[in-house]
Design a protein around this ligand. Structure first.
Ligand SMILES: Nc1ncnc2c1ncn2[C@@H]1O[C@H](COP(=O)(O)OP(=O)(O)OP(=O)(O)O)[C@@H](O)[C@H]1O
Ligand SMILES: [Mg+2]
Length: 324
């Protein structure tokens, strides 16, 4: 049998006006953590969507082999059936449901119209243990932190007998501790034989965890590297492979003078619709100058979207009032 659990060869995927994947070949060994890196738009997510059946067979050319067997996925379910599970950054859990309900959604334990909750709960405990999650199966998902929710998704993948676990930017919204915890779980899963495809812009994580690294650039495979061999990559080398030239500075500063203040926000708060006693945005103030890019940082759930949406809605309302 091939040492590769997964072989994708000569994949070409086009969208109107864009060749997102241009003859990409990508191979993953059994029981390894294989990082897939590349600049924004390099084609990483598209490759995963081809692999998972989101872009069905026929919408791309090239071959996909799992355990040496040709695959023609038409739907996500087809790829799941051979053990491929993708965990996206936007998690796919139902927030209002419990952990156990989410774990077995669509594959409920027991008979139709008679779910066997004892079996479901005891199986759930086993899967939660596998990802070191010390929570009750009856906990409601929306009350869990984002790091825990992600582990529930991984537990769900394991419950579906995933053998190839794909994570697309899994730590983008996690704090340092949750990120470290996730990496540790992935190592444990690898040691139990689960292969993992790990997509991340955080190259320090890639170096820490990857057994192999494949670099994509402009929809093409640049190269694959063994991270245990003498030629293992360091961060600057990965960056230069990603961008195709040596870089002395990753984000060179460009001289620029912003103009006068055009938007001033003072003590802005937004009430939580689920809990009026709480503010999801609490006393935020900032200025925006003409011709300036203002970065708004924060973890998932910090209120960035609510802040921006509430301000834009209010500005639109003010414009309306002014016009009338
Ligand atoms: N559904 C789509 N329709 C049209 N173009 C698309 C679609 N999906 C991706 N593309 C294009 O294909 C190219 C590859 O995009 P892709 O999302 O795979 O990149 P990526 O490597 O995942 O980038 P990022 O690091 O930003 O997530 C880009 O030029 C993108 O604009
Ligand atoms: Mg992507």
């Amino acid at each position: 049998m091939s040492e590769h659990i997964l072989e994708m060869s000569n994949i070409v995927k086009e969208f109107p006006g864009v060749r997102a994947l241009d003859d990409v070949s990508f191979q993953v060994k059994s029981g390894e953590i294989h990082a897939l890196v590349g600049e924004n738009g390099a084609g990483k997510s598209t490759l995963i969507k081809v692999l998972s059946g989101v872009h069905p067979n026929g919408s791309y050319t090239g071959r996909i082999l799992v355990d040496g067997v040709d695959q023609q996925f038409q739907h996500i379910r087809d790829s799941e059936n051979v053990g491929i599970a993708v965990i996206y950054q936007e998690l796919a859990l139902v927030p209002q449901m419990t952990v156990v309900e989410n774990l077995f959604l669509g594959v409920e334990r027991g008979k139709p119209y008679a779910i066997d909750w004892d079996t479901a709960n005891s199986e759930a405990k086993k899967y939660l243990e596998e990802v070191n999650l010390d929570i009750s199966p009856s906990a409601v998902v929306k009350n869990l932190g984002i790091g825990k929710q992600q582990l529930v998704e991984i537990a769900k993948a394991i419950a579906k007998k995933a053998r190839i676990l794909v994570l697309d930017e899994p730590t983008a919204a996690l704090n340092e501790q949750d990120s470290a915890n996730l990496l540790e779980i992935l190592r444990q899963l690898r040691d139990r034989g689960v292969s993992c495809i790990y997509i991340s812009h955080k190259l320090n994580e890639v170096i820490e965890i990857a057994d192999s690294v494949t670099v994509l650039r402009d929809g093409k495979t640049v190269s694959t590297h063994d991270m245990h061999g003498a030629n293992r990559l360091d961060e600057p080398r990965i960056v230069s492979l990603m961008v195709g030239r040596d870089l002395t500075e990753r984000f060179p500063r460009v001289e620029h003078t912003p103009g006068e203040v055009v938007l001033q926000v003072r003590d802005w708060s937004v009430q939580d619709p689920d809990d009026p006693a709480k503010n999801i945005v609490d006393n935020v103030s900032f200025d925006v100058r003409q011709g300036e890019i203002l970065g708004v940082a924060g973890l998932m759930g910090a209120g960035r979207t609510e802040l921006m949406m509430s301000i834009s809605v209010s500005v639109a309302q003010l414009r309306c009032v002014a016009r009338n």
